[in-house]
Design a protein around this ligand. Structure first.
Ligand SMILES: [Ca+2]
Ligand SMILES: [Ca+2]
Ligand SMILES: [Ca+2]
Length: 737
């Protein structure tokens, strides 16, 4: 608003020959059909509260000369003169027309675009007419310089003669239209404008507009939208390339978007595109728009023939977006045939180029109408006005660009907060436009926070990740390794490393859903607060970790390795719900790894199961430790708790504590049918365990008398349990998950 006020005050300094001394000043002029005057009161008040000085005028007042002398040969020209007077006297910068083509006259232009006969378009609507007030010489821009009653002529054929008006339609103001046919449509449109908040999500919908094009054989919609995405960095971008069907488009819009771009083909009431080089159409119809249920109202930008043509009975696609209850707050599309270039020229010429400029301006504009106006100005100034066909197409692209909506709609700009939360998706593999062929190139190009989608295939490379990314495999195998030095996520890969698969030297790394095959699986160093979950390992060493506190290791399948988890100097580990089985040497080795929690894991048929070495203050509970060579072993480790575990059928000791360990508390475990159930060479506390070899089970009276259970060498469980403990709860829960 500050910018606008400055601009207006500059205008006030410039002496105007038409200025009424002490006169009114407005930002926005609303020209309405009289039927809507009362409906628009709320809207005018709303605009005023937003700092937009608004003047509401009915076309009858214009024709009756209530404010300014009524001039003009026809109604459209009368309105245009009025806008000129309002611009000169009230210093308006924006105009909103309220009424359908029948209610507020439209200007048809007669531009011959030299297209083939069957699609020849003799005339089309241009609301730009009302916005181009002055010509290049500072005179009223009539758009009928040959004064024959036809406007915007360009090689217009009458009989065997061709007529042209000499116009250069650079707009002085921004204009939008609410092409309402009734009060319901107006109410819907106004409600959305008044409840508009904006959103940082940008939805790009497109495919191949011209299959088998001769200019690169690309998917034009995608190519253009990726160029738009470049201009909209920081936005949270979703891509439907191409959409599967109308349902998918609707569900994405219902999900919420701040801007929706649909680059494709069209036919007034329907938009369509193709898969790459496919002739089959994928449609989206005006009745699909009417079924939308979104609460976040986007600005919709379309390409496609006559999607903004609003002078027929048949529904106008772009207008339905704004007129329906949900849908869009505003839309921009073409009232005519909508020329876009083939192949890679799509971004260079015509509407595609104009769209790019629109988004470039969008980023800098305060109000939506400014983006529309500035894009047209920048576009008209850029092209060479030589060449008959080119000129026709260029002029037409600008003249047919229709904004349905409030030109003073405040543009939503992404903030640093959005930028932080936004992410782009980069694709590796597959056949999509712009996809990378290797993962490292995508990593190099990505920005922190982006996600890299790696499609199915085998990738022979070593990938270095030094920024915060999510890298997701979809059927992808990496033959090589990931080196991670920033908080990142690697998920759903198969990784076959020649020496190791993943090395982490960063905190907050997440490694999830991977299949990891190598000599070393994961090497972690100084990776605090990282997570290793839901992976499958087939390695010599599955996980080797050093100096990494607070790491979560959950739900992994660690089977058929030599070493499972080897931890040195990692405190506060959280090892839960893993399946450790058939590992041939140390399965869970914790060395100097104090205060760790080992809970609800299964240890089955391993050589060593749990080994605490110089580790104090750990809790080992509710694990199932069966059929291993060795049950839990505690060496040089004190003050740990071993509780509620099921320790059964192990081939050596069920529980072994050496003479350098003290103060460990072993309670409420089931210690059943191990070769030797327990041995304690130190001074530890055994309490209330269930022992399969407790004599009190055989002679119940001894149990009732609480005869202690002797533990070799020098210790006793003073209160042995006579019933097994149920430790299965968390395991069942795990299975259910
Ligand atoms: Ca003319
Ligand atoms: Ca002009
Ligand atoms: Ca193509």
């Amino acid at each position: 608003m500050r910018c606008l006020i400055i601009a207006l005050s500059l205008l006030l300094i410039i002496p105007s020959t038409h200025a009424i001394s002490g006169g009114e000043v407005y930002d926005l002029l609303v020209i309405t059909h009289p039927e809507f005057i009362s409906e628009l009161q709320d809207f005018v008040e709303f605009k005023e509260t937003r700092g937009i000085r608004t003047k509401l005028v009915s076309i009858e007042d214009i024709y009756d000369g209530v404010y300014f002398e009524c001039r003009g040969r026809n109604d459209a020209e009368k309105i245009k003169y009025f806008i000129k007077d309002a611009y000169d006297n009230w210093h308006i910068r924006y105009v909103l027309l309220v009424g359908s083509a029948k209610m507020i006259p439209v200007r048809y232009v007669y531009l011959n675009d030299f297209s083939s006969t069957w699609e020849y378009e003799r005339r089309f609507i241009s609301d730009l007419y009302y916005a181009d007030i002055y010509d290049e010489n500072g005179n009223f821009s009539s758009w009928d310089t040959n004064n024959n009653g036809f406007f915007g002529e360009y090689r217009h054929e009458i009989g065997d003669k061709k007529y042209s008006d000499d116009i250069y339609p650079e707009p002085e103001i921004a204009i939008g239209r609410l092409a309402c046919r009734n009060k319901i449509e107006l109410r819907n449109a106004i409600n959305k404008i008044m409840n508009y908040h904006g959103d940082s999500r940008l939805l790009l919908i497109g495919g191949d507009s011209y299959p088998n094009d001769p200019c690169g054989d690309i998917s034009e919609g995608i190519y253009l939208e990726e160029a738009i995405a470049e201009k909209m960095q920081g936005w949270n971008i979703s891509r439907l390339y191409p959409p599967k069907n109308f349902r998918q488009i609707s569900s994405y819009i219902n999900n919420g978007a701040g801007i929706v771009v649909m680059e494709g083909a069209g036919g007034q009431h329907m938009w369509a595109t193709h898969e790459h080089d496919s002739e089959k159409w994928i449609y989206y119809f005006s009745w699909n728009i009417r079924m939308l249920r979104n609460d976040i109202y986007p600005v919709v930008v379309t390409s496609g023939a006559r999607l903004a043509k609003f002078d027929e009975k048949r529904e106008c696609f772009n207008w339905v977006f704004v007129a329906s209850r949900h849908g869009a707050v505003a839309s921009i599309g073409s009232t005519g045939l909508c020329w876009t270039a083939h192949g890679k020229n799509v971004t260079e010429f015509y509407l595609g180029n104009l769209h790019l400029r629109f988004f470039a301006e969008y980023r800098n504009a305060t109000y939506l109408g400014d983006a529309w106006r500035n894009a047209i100005i920048s576009y008209l100034r850029s092209f060479h006005r030589d060449g008959v066909v080119e000129k026709a197409f260029h002029l037409k692209a600008a003249e047919e660009l229709e904004l349905f909506g409030d030109p003073t709609l405040q543009i939503y700009h992404v903030t640093s907060c959005d930028v932080k939360n936004s992410k782009r998706y980069l694709y590796v593999g597959g056949t999509g436009e712009g996809n990378y062929s290797d993962i490292q190139s995508a990593v190099d190009d990505a920005s922190p926070g982006d996600e890299i989608i790696v499609l199915s295939g085998v990738y022979n490379e070593n990938v270095t990740i030094w920024k915060s990314l999510t890298i997701s495999g979809y059927g992808a195998t990496l033959k090589g390794h990931f080196d991670i030095s920033a908080p990142s996520t690697i998920k759903s890969f198969r990784i076959e490393g020649s020496s190791y698969c993943i090395s982490c030297e960063s905190e907050n790394v997440t490694l999830k859903d991977n299949t990891i095959v190598g000599y070393y699986g994961i090497l972690m160093n100084n990776s605090e607060y990282s997570t290793i979950s839901d992976n499958t390992f087939k390695c010599i060493y599955a996980v080797v970790m050093e100096n990494s506190n607070h790491v979560k290791i959950r739900n992994n399948s660690i089977r058929n390795n030599w070493y499972g988890i080897w931890s040195e100097g990692c405190r506060f580990l959280d090892v839960e719900k893993n399946n450790f089985s058939f590992n041939r040497w140390y399965t869970l080795w914790l060395e100097r790894s104090d205060n760790s929690l080992i809970r609800c894991n299964t240890f089955y048929m391993n050589w060593y199961s749990i080994f605490l070495y110089h580790s104090d203050g750990c809790t080992i509970e509710k694990n199932i430790i069966v059929h291993n060579e060795h049950g839990p072993q505690i060496d040089f480790s004190s003050n740990n708790i071993l509780r509620m575990n099921d320790i059964r059928y192990n081939e050596h000791y069920g529980v072994y504590v050496d003479n350098a360990s003290a103060g460990n508390r072993i309670e409420k475990n089931n210690i059943v049918d191990n070769a030797h159930n327990a041995r304690d060479d130190g001074k530890n506390i055994w309490y209330n365990n269930y022992w399969s070899d407790y004599i009190g089970l055989k002679y119940r009276i001894l149990g009732i008398l609480r005869i202690p259970k002797h533990i070799s060498k020098f210790n006793f469980d003073w209160c042995p349990a006579t019933k097994e403990f149920d430790v299965m709860g968390c395991h069942q829960h795990y299975e259910a998950n």
